[in-house]
Design a protein around this ligand. Structure first.
Ligand code: ADP
Length: 534
């Protein structure tokens, strides 16, 4: 009513206004319009979140030292639903002051947490794991609403991320040191593993739950405390995890989540000496910038950066395996993963058959909102992502590529893009050189094994690669020649809590998962015990 009256007053003023007054009134009108539209969007989305079994899991605050907090200056940032463009809610826009304080608090908590036994720390992880498992449907809904991926994929992501919790709960007990054979009488050189200290984790939007858990689980198991900064566009599913951390009774200051301006928070994280390790997943340029900025405090880094995955298929490959892998590795999360196939490199003799069989699968790739049970491909995450893949397609076509399927925005509009098949990729095209991050499968051919290896390695990236062959000797030879941290031989499901996930070259450093993943949060110390006799 008030809004209506205000509008009415604006239009029915009887006095002859001066031009200054006119401008002022127009300004007020515009302000009310923006507020009105924003209000409407919030109301619509509030309804979607109301479908949660536990309303409290949709939380719009940070968890800092065991308290739910706003930004000191109360400012906030909007978070959208990429499927509709509507505003889901806001998160605190924290800055330097809050970042510094939470790092101090995590540092205080570290003094106690590191003294717990691995079994005690593991018990907290298991409690948290159980709560995540109990609430996975709500978590999946929040994840899908803010990120866009189909609900089934969100559930898969949660199961994968949570598997790291129980695995590291056990592995923390196996942070063994060594006793080194003495090179002279009367001494015993020994090593032991100690937690590095406060960890700051910076995570991206494409796996907002699993990449958070993949960092928290080994950090806590090792005896570190942690502060997480999720991606600004997908913070709510990560915040929901911390609601469950509180319920699991994890002591205050041990796990924290802060949202806000990435650059401002990043500046403090990089220069603060109390942060002993930065665990980052994101783009190569931002990873490099963080490392450069943080050299002044000599921290440790885990850097899981960009990729340009080749999918090398030989004539002798099993077609069913290859097609399954070609679908999974390309279209999971609408192609927005760092391990997505970027370049299909197919041997000449089998290429036509591969294309024909692959094409048959495209009608089953249903494009729809992630909350629709039939959805296989959701929207892209934002306009920037959509613009980028449109320009990649235009560049490929201009350089002679042929679009066989898709190639444009989907009829649904918004951020939806058609699953796309492109033939005739060449080295000159941007789709060959850059990370695509969209549902575009681009194909080129090769003739010899040497040529395939050369093409596959022709990139500055070195994260994931895929190799399809049934020849055992070739599988060994080519896998070992691929300059990648990960090689999927006749399989595309590379992320496992039991295995060391991580890239080489400009795809980064460090491992997530496996025993190496635990050691990444620990430092080896050495003591020499002397005077013990011969
Ligand atoms: P993506 O392309 O996946 O969004 P980014 O590298 O841009 O990858 O972002 C990954 C994470 O890094 C996000 O949480 C983002 O907010 C954060 N980030 C971006 N720029 C900076 C920065 N200068 N310092 C610290 N964190 C940053």
């Amino acid at each position: 009513m008030y809004l209506c009256r205000t509008f009415k007053n604006q239009f029915t003023s009887q006095k002859a206004p001066s031009s200054l007054k006119n401008t002022f009134q127009a300004g007020i009108l515009l302000w009310w319009l923006i507020r009105y539209v924003t209000y409407q969007k919030k109301t619509v989305l509030g309804g979607l979140m109301k479908k949660l079994k536990r309303q409290d899991l949709f939380c719009t605050k940070c968890y800092l030292n065991g308290e739910w907090a706003d930004a000191a200056d109360k400012s906030t940032l909007n978070v959208d639903n990429p499927a509709t463009g509507e505003i889901l809610g806001t998160v605190p826009n924290c800055k330097t002051k809050e970042t510094k304080k939470v790092i101090d608090d995590a540092h205080t908590a570290f003094k106690i947490w590191k003294k717990l036994t691995p079994k005690e720390r593991g018990a907290y992880l298991v409690k948290w794991y159980n709560l995540i498992e109990e609430n996975k449907e709500d978590l999946a809904r929040i994840l899908t609403l803010e990120q866009g991926k189909p609900i089934a994929e969100s559930l898969g992501e949660i199961a994968l991320g949570n598997s790291y919790m129980t695995w590291f709960a056990e592995e923390g007990k196996r942070a063994y040191g060594q006793t080194i054979p003495a090179p002279r009488p009367g001494i015993r050189p020994i090593t032991y593993q100690k937690p590095v200290g406060v960890v700051f984790a910076i995570t991206p939007w494409n796996f907002p739950i699993s990449l958070v858990l993949r960092k928290i689980a080994p950090a806590l198991a090792a005896g570190c405390t942690i502060v997480v900064k999720p991606a600004g566009i997908t913070p709510f599913s990560a915040i929901a995890l911390f609601k469950l951390a509180e319920e699991a009774g994890i002591p205050k200051g041990v796990v924290n989540i802060i949202t806000g301006n990435a650059k401002v928070i990043g500046e403090e994280v990089c220069t603060n000496p109390k942060v002993r390790k930065i665990s980052f997943t994101g783009s190569t340029p931002v990873g490099k910038a963080i490392m450069a900025k943080a050299t002044c405090t000599m921290k440790r880094f885990s850097m899981e950066l960009g990729g340009n995955a080749p999918f090398v298929m030989f004539d002798d490959a099993n077609m069913d395996h290859a097609i399954n892998c070609a679908i999974g590795s390309k279209f999971r999360n609408a192609g927005q993963t760092c391990v997505s196939t970027n370049r299909f490199i197919i041997q000449k003799g089998i290429c036509d058959k591969f294309i024909a069989t692959y094409k048959e699968q495209f009608p089953s790739l249903v494009v729809a909102e992630g909350t629709d049970p039939s959805s296989i491909i959701g929207p892209l995450v934002n306009q920037e992502a959509l613009d980028n893949i449109e320009s990649l397609v235009a560049d490929a076509v201009a350089k002679g590529a042929k679009i066989v399927l898709g190639g444009k925005k989907h009829a649904l509009g918004g951020l939806f893009f058609e699953p796309t098949l492109i033939l005739g990729m060449t080295k000159e095209m941007r789709i060959y050189k850059e990370e695509i991050f969209g549902p575009i499968a681009a194909i080129m051919t090769f003739e010899t094994e040497e040529e395939a290896i050369e093409l596959a390695n022709d990139t500055e990236f070195g994260l994931a690669s895929y190799l399809m062959t049934t020849d055992l000797g070739r599988a060994w030879r080519v896998a070992e020649s691929l300059e990648y941290g990960l090689v999927g031989i006749n399989d595309a499901g590379l992320a496992l809590c039991e295995a060391p996930f991580g890239g080489v070259k400009e795809s980064g450093m460090g491992k997530e998962g496996a025993h190496e993943g635990l050691l990444d949060y620990m430092e080896t110390r050495y003591a020499l015990m002397g005077g013990i006799g011969a």
